[in-house]
Design a protein around this ligand. Structure first.
Ligand SMILES: [Zn+2]
Ligand SMILES: [Zn+2]
Length: 262
């Protein structure tokens, strides 16, 4: 099944994401649209933790356990985000849309001031850090349970998309994704009306199963390049290969596109 053009739900710029190649701006994505007619648009989704915290705090991930840090840096982050949104708006390309990639801190708040939500085409929720959860000293089932509890709570925060939903448990948690986990995740997404991302930046075995299960349950799949470098921008080869692997008939799968156009 080939469906084009795709909307990229997940892309970074250098002003707000420390891990992004320097020089990538919203204008880079506007220029990429001219070079990639097969791309419907981009949602620019920088890390909430990078917008709200200076690098030395952001990467230690202490804010997860100490959400009062978010309160302390709220004004700092809001000002940075305002500047970013102004830069993005100045590009004047209606297919390059503002979004954010957020964490859920351990008090249940997202790393984004709620007041920005109506101005964003998508809020995508991710698990990058679970400080205090150490697969080297904890039994795998305990690691799995804590990650799953966190993921369930994150899905219920009003986010639009769960980004790279199995990345942490696969890469950091050392747990192999099973069909049982795929079905539980898809049911969670269905209950909370969130889309599930297929992420090309770090692919996970089981994405084909995930797409098939989403089609069966009527859950939307969102395609993210998670671009951090120019070479990733506008590239959907991985997503195409997952679609081919899933072998679904045309129209069987809902592919996410932004409903809100701020
Ligand atoms: Zn991420
Ligand atoms: Zn990302």
């Amino acid at each position: 099944m080939m469906q084009q053009p795709f909307f990229d739900c997940h892309a970074h710029t250098a002003d707000l994401s420390y891990c992004c190649d320097p020089g990538i701006t919203p204008q880079t994505y506007a220029d990429a649209l001219a070079a990639h007619p097969e791309v419907a648009g981009f949602v620019i989704t920088n890390h909430g933790f990078a917008a709200y915290f200076p690098a030395e705090i952001a990467w230690k991930a202490e804010f997860m356990r100490r959400p009062e840090l978010f309160t302390a840096f709220r004004q700092y982050g809001n000002a940075r985000l305002e500047r970013h949104l102004a830069t993005l708006a100045a590009v004047g390309e209606p297919r390059v849309l503002p979004g954010m990639e957020v964490e859920m801190m351990y008090d249940g708040r997202l790393t984004l001031d709620d007041k920005f939500r109506p101005r964003l085409a998508a809020v995508i929720g991710s698990v990058h850090f679970l400080p205090g959860v150490d697969p080297k000293v904890m039994p795998p089932q305990q690691v799995l349970d804590i990650w799953w509890d966190h993921t369930q709570s994150l899905a219920a925060t009003g986010i639009d998309i769960l980004a790279h939903p199995f990345r942490w448990i696969h890469k950091n948690g050392g747990v192999t994704v099973t069909m049982e986990m795929v079905h539980a995740l898809v049911e969670l997404a269905r209950r909370n009306a969130v889309a599930l991302e297929i992420n090309a930046h770090f692919s996970i075995p089981g994405d084909v199963d995930l797409v098939r299960a989403c089609a069966q349950a009527g859950v939307a799949v969102a395609f993210g390049t998670d671009s951090h470098s120019v070479s990733e921008i506008g590239r959907f080869e991985y997503h195409q290969s997952v679609l081919r692997g899933a072998g679904l008939p045309p129209g069987a799968l809902t592919i996410w596109a932004p409903k809100r156009r701020p």
